[in-house]
Design a protein around this ligand. Sequence first.
Ligand code: NAP
Length: 288
Amino acid sequence: MSTTTSTLPGGTTSLGDLTVTRFGYGAMQLAGPGVMGPPADPAGAVAVLRAAVEAGITHIDTSAAYGPLVTNELIREALHPYPDPVHVVTKVGARRDAQGGWPTARTPEELRRQVHDNLDSLGLDVLDLVNLRVGDAQGPRDGSLAAAFETLAELQQQGLVRHLGVSNATGAQVAEARVIAPVVCVQNLYNLAHREDDVLVDHLAAEGIAYVPFFPLGGFSPLQSATLAGVAARLGATPMAVALAWLLQRSPNVLLIPGTSSVEHLHANIAGAGLTLSASDVEELDHL
Ligand SMILES: NC(=O)c1ccc[n+]([C@@H]2O[C@H](COP(=O)([O-])OP(=O)(O)OC[C@H]3O[C@@H](n4cnc5c(N)ncnc54)[C@H](OP(=O)(O)O)[C@@H]3O)[C@@H](O)[C@H]2O)c1
């Protein structure tokens, strides 16, 4: 993977043959409380999505399961027809139940339906990148993903999907998927306080595969740590800025998809991610 400059911190990098900004945008929480519609503020959500693209962001992360369909419909309303450089990355492998749970949905028929749901709700003929989400709400789980990934590879061969990735996956599952079809990214839980994937991040970097941490700011439970607060105070920055800057400096294959429902937070996060952390800052944060 090679990075180039852009006005956004981190510049641009590649996802397969797509060029995207390393600073992206995660749209999940726009769907509403509990990631179930209706959205809390539809006009505000559309404004944030447009502000993200106006700021130069070209990587938007979503799923038909958000809402369900609500986030995709907001993205379509805000951005369709998508400007050339903008790439919407989606995922399949879970559905929503009446209680707002995330039961797995990985039979061939369910996966095909989810790909078509994403195409229809986003208003696209081809999806740029689809991540197969495995594991469950508690995290990655051992077990073969072959049957599910083969289904997505068939949809890719049919021209409905350009690139494939995996999410919430173990290193063994990434390796298993790569035997079936090229994997351009892995989207797993990772942030300053959750470093279980450290070895995987470095392995993927060596293989030229992007690593896209979800919950970069802690997700529904904001990152809280005296060390993080101390480093941020010393640098005159916010803990969110330090957390994002640390991820960008962690490895060139790391792409950011922080979520926010606020244009103000979006701009603060873009500015904050450009913070330069010294080697001693990073060392201190590494012991968090
Ligand atoms: N593959 C998977 O299984 C999976 C799972 C979860 C998420 N994801 C993806 O990862 C993306 C990111 O996750 P996320 O949005 O849940 O978590 P996140 O990016 O870690 O954090 C978002 C939270 O941080 C707050 N926030 C953001 N910037 C802030 C700022 N400058 N000041 C104060 N608060 C701030 C947001 O509140 P405000 O709205 O008030 O700014 C929001 O509550 C999602 O959008 C989704 O696309 C994928």
